[in-house]
Design a protein around this ligand. Sequence first.
Ligand code: SF4
Length: 223
Amino acid sequence: MASDPNAPTTEEKRNARVILRRLIKRYPQMKTALEYENAWQLLVATVMSAQTTDENVNKVAPTLFERYPTPEDLAAANPEDVEEIIFSTGFYRQKTKSVIALSADLVERFGGEVPRDLDALTELRGVGRKTASVVLAEVWGTPAIAVDTHVSRVTNRLGIVDSKDPVNAEFRLRSLYLKKDWPEISMRFIQFGRDVCDARRPRCWECPLRDRCAYEPKAVRPS
Ligand code: SF4
């Protein structure tokens, strides 16, 4: 059988693992900063975290979950009431629609239980591969890689991924790393993207991955 021409080389895999090891050294414990008590709450919180900080979500989530403690409750919520609670997270109308719809789907199709399966999760309205992967990796340590804007930017700059398409990037990362490492990956690249490899001002001068990075020209320390 012919070998896959897109399969990473041994050297590419080795390089990717060196990068991950350094990120694990920098961030030994990596959990989401979102506060949650069960998989459904993390699902809802992750949807609310789009285009805002986890801190902002944590400020409104307790009120939301106190008012609507189960998927059944949120599925039956009046959208205006939910909008009022999550207003400060931005894009609150769309987010309200999504969290109500995903809760309704959960009740209708999965008896209110969050499925532990990527394909089943992405069948829920408002839940994409990224959100589904975050929940699978975070709650159950299920092998999954969530590719968001940080993961996409950092891995492309490093040169271990060569695609802006998140699904292509996810499959490339899957091929570079052993399955047991998948849950370790996303949160660390996300944090690294926030701390060091910023979208507009990457801190290349103090970057621990500089010698592994294909991005040019490297940013210099502002004088
Ligand atoms: S060297 Fe610069 S561009 Fe490359 S990973 Fe580090 S911060 Fe990002």
